[in-house]
Unconditional design. Sequence first.
Length: 365
Amino acid sequence: MKEGRKMKTKLLCMVLLATMAVSLTACGTSGGSSNTSGEMNASSVVQSTGITITDSAGREVTLEKPLETVVTFNSSLYDTLVSFGAADTVIGVGDSIKKAIADGVPSVGAWNDPNIEKILELKPDAVLTYKSYMTDENEKMLEDAGIKCIYLELSKADQVTNEMDSLGKIFGEEEQAQKYVDFCNKYNSLIDERLKNIKEEDRVKVYYEGYTDYKSANSTTGGHQLVTSAGGINIAADETTEYPEISDEWVLEQNPQAVVKLVSNTKNILGPNVTDATKAEEVYNNLTSRPGWSEMQAVKDGKVIILASEIGTTATGSVIGSLYLAKEFYPEQFKDIDLTKVHEEFQETLFNSELTGIYAYPEVN
């Protein structure tokens, strides 16, 4: 009996070895020995089952499998994970993501002062944040502990579709990410098509202002991209400082044809939870009553718009912001576009929910 079992075992081993040899040879290339080919392709198989992306900092990041637990300081990214149905992967957030904290997610400090000890204690697979938020020292501490640092910012319109594609891959949500990318491509193409015949000299000159009064944005910023994606010319594009502080005199000298003021979602001036535009009206009145502004072309023509951050430099919604501004700047080219319907389509596509709130003041018809 023992001899029979030994013989069967030998035969089985021979069959397995033969099968492996055939498989390795089949996987190999025509050059080199079969053993070398087999070893090389075993390595490539391991790589092909992993996930490799290039993040916003230009770093190649490789994961063995989709992320299961993360910490993030980026509210746009958190909202995107909610839309993916992956909110439960977030086990720690920055102080500014108050809605996550309200839902019981632990705080891990401020974006500019992260609590590294707390992050190490939580042991996430990765920290997702802006490169500018993370010092080299903190990055090394985290990565030495086996925690990946991945920089996906979702802050610039020209990067957001690539970043969403990467997010879909690292969370195993490629289908949902592709829906968003398709939506963006559809409406960005529509804007480009309708503005392609407008000459440079006929494009609207725009003064863009962020959350802080008298702080504009140069050509390296998300604010600049928002303006230019809507066919406008950013009058502060050539400033050497990323967010230059400007004066009334400077703006009046430029005499812009439109003014865009962004407001933070933390102030409840505009956004998904706002049902009364009183605060937005106050911002509008304060803006247009600045010294000398009554003589500005934009104010004379009523081309001043207050925009919610959710559709402004929060890049996931920037395609909607671009459409709002394009219609404000060039109403004739977009007179058939129902902004509410497009915004509802966006909300359904990305968040699978109904549109609520007020996002622009005055309302863009």
